[in-house]
Design a protein around this ligand. Structure first.
Ligand code: ACK
Length: 221
């Protein structure tokens, strides 16, 4: 139908309800603050600064960008392949406007992005595009073999000059390394266990996943 083509959004996704936005931003800042002070992190500062003696303030390093959300389908107003099909998918249409509970299972940072991993339920996976992981195949060779929904994340912040699309790519890269069994000694912290994956990539797997209510909807503008 003509009107539907005209109304394709920039992207579909789950948008955290206002009440939890603040809570997640605080959790994220606490994580960055803690990470910043760890000896293990300081040992690898050069990953972030390029210079051994330089300092970094992680809380300032990442710039927040807009409403916290978990993108399902990036449509770019219909320019992206499969956008129209996605918008017309009965599962998408019937879920539109409803509130889901997302489960955040890990927090991660790289020199480019900071994000939270979202572990999708079977029901939520019905809204996940089949090609989301394959799209980045060239960037992350092993990502193609990761399970559906592996890319699901909330971007918490991006370094100067980095676009938020990078957060999902960084997550897939970490998960690919994890799958290859490439990991050092986990550092046990209050929130969970922290692992360094080289090149400034750190992931904290939460002991207790954080449940956040989020509305499935779309973003224009
Ligand atoms: O942090 P994100 O998931 O990464 O949320 C933003 C949102 O769409 C608006 O820019 C995501 N995004 C941008 N480009 C793409 C893309 N090519 N594939 C998947 N997600 C994208 C971005």
């Amino acid at each position: 139908v003509q009107h539907e083509e005209l109304s394709l959004p920039l992207y579909f996704g789950w948008f955290l309800l206002p009440a939890v936005q603040e809570k997640i931003r605080c959790t994220s800042m606490d994580f960055l603050k803690t990470l910043d002070t760890l000896e293990a992190f300081k040992k690898h500062l050069i990953d972030f600064t390029g210079k051994a003696e330089k300092e970094v303030d992680l809380e300032q390093y990442y710039k927040a960008n807009g409403t916290l959300h978990c993108t399902t389908k990036f449509c770019n107003y219909g320019k992206v392949e499969g956008s129209k099909e996605y918008a017309q998918n009965p599962a998408v249409r019937s879920a539109y406007g409803s509130v889901f509970e997302l489960s955040l299972t890990a927090l991660f940072v790289t020199p480019r992005t900071a994000g939270a991993r979202v572990s999708l339920t079977e029901e939520q996976l019905l809204l996940w595009p089949a090609d989301a992981e394959k799209e980045v195949e060239s960037a992350v060779a092993a990502a193609a073999s990761l399970p559906q929904g592996s890319r699901a994340h909330i971007t918490l912040g991006c370094a100067e000059g980095t676009e938020p699309v990078q957060t999902g790519v960084d997550l897939l890269q970490i998960l690919a390394l994890q799958k290859e069994g490439q990991q050092g000694e986990p550092l046990e912290m209050e929130l969970g266990s922290l692992i360094y994956y080289g090149e400034g990539r750190w992931m904290l797997t939460l002991r207790e996943p954080i449940a956040v209510p989020a509305c499935f909807s779309s973003f224009y503008a």
